[in-house]
Design a binder for this molecule. Sequence first.
Ligand SMILES: NC(=O)c1ccc[n+]([C@@H]2O[C@H](COP(=O)([O-])OP(=O)(O)OC[C@H]3O[C@@H](n4cnc5c(N)ncnc54)[C@H](O)[C@@H]3O)[C@@H](O)[C@H]2O)c1
Length: 380
Amino acid sequence: MNQKKLNIGLIGCGFMGRTHSNAFRQAGVFFQPEFTPVLKAVCARTADTVENFAAQWGYESTETDWRKLIERDDIDLVDIATPNDSHYEIAIAAAEAGKMVMCEKPLGRSAKESAAMTAAVESAGVANMVWYNYRRIPAVTLAKQIIDEGKLGKIFHYRANFLQDWTIATDLPQGGEALWRLDKDVAGSGVTGDLLAHCIDTAMWLNGGIAEVSGMTETFVKERQHQLTGKVQPVTIDDASIFLARFANGSIGQFEATRYARGHKALYTLEINGEHASLKWDLHDLHRLQMFDHADEGRTRGWRSVHITDGDHPYMDRWWVPGLQIGYEHSFTHQFADFLTGIASDQPLSPSFAEALNTDRVTDAVLASAETRQWKTIGN
Ligand SMILES: NC(=O)c1ccc[n+]([C@@H]2O[C@H](COP(=O)([O-])OP(=O)(O)OC[C@H]3O[C@@H](n4cnc5c(N)ncnc54)[C@H](O)[C@@H]3O)[C@@H](O)[C@H]2O)c1
């Protein structure tokens, strides 16, 4: 029986606070890692919120100031699940205090912030990871394995979409609780940093680095009332963002994200086409991987829909029995289980802050390209 404990301090009790808390509870039970996660403390700005959250999820203690949480000797890992404008300050303070840091995406509001955060964790030598959780959906992990085995051959195309429709109403306010994603000062950007960042992380993980991009963005609703000031103010985030990419391996890509695709709530799709085979995946059917293999016998060749539920599929031996699928929340559990395994075995943690910084370099380049209407090379 394992006796090593990892004391977690979570900051932020919203959507991601819930997915992370669920992962902390499930990873220990289903993956039985060397370190047992302990839900030591949780932090939100108001006592009522944090106490209710702690009671619901089983945290031992609460804080209403994240600085206090970081100062505590009994916290090993600081987990950042707050809006984007606080990632920078919290991550750097946590690293300087010698804590392991897990941070929600995008790492910073810009590559400049992310570079400083990366330097802080690297100079402190602390374990670090960013919650690009889609890598850990078993069908996506299997796609990575198939690509790495060379089954697709030379890659020609990569395409990804992340489509939503929740900001179409013109009377939706911007900024403040729940609507911070519409406020550029808090979010850093609109769908580019929010949705395309996921697509870029997965794309570079599956298909390698992106060398250059040409982007186009649009803000469909130009003014909205700000929730905090009550004033009607210009909207400065990108509502929709589309870009073309050249990958370092010579393949070409197209990416689109929007919050104005009526009917789509969170449709993340990706496809990769190689010389010998192609793969497709769709978040709304997340337990399936579509594969076309040109090596199949001609008369029955076609797209296969592989149901990712067997014990030899990534992560699936930890769950139920073949045929029974898992869901969205498991991607966070898998990521946290991999974090625990990584720190126990001194294995590299991925995606690290350094990898997330590369994603932010691409999102910055997409925004700069859209503004200048010119191709941009991805800088260092
Ligand atoms: N990995 C993913 O798929 C995914 C999905 C959604 C959001 N995110 C990211 O997660 C982060 C949080 O997003 P969310 O959807 O959970 O937002 P949210 O608005 O649901 O929750 C944010 C929480 O942080 C709290 N908070 C704000 N400032 C704080 C502070 N200074 N101290 C303590 N608590 C504070 C808020 O009160 C709220 O409870 C963002 O960076 C977002 O981009 C990632």
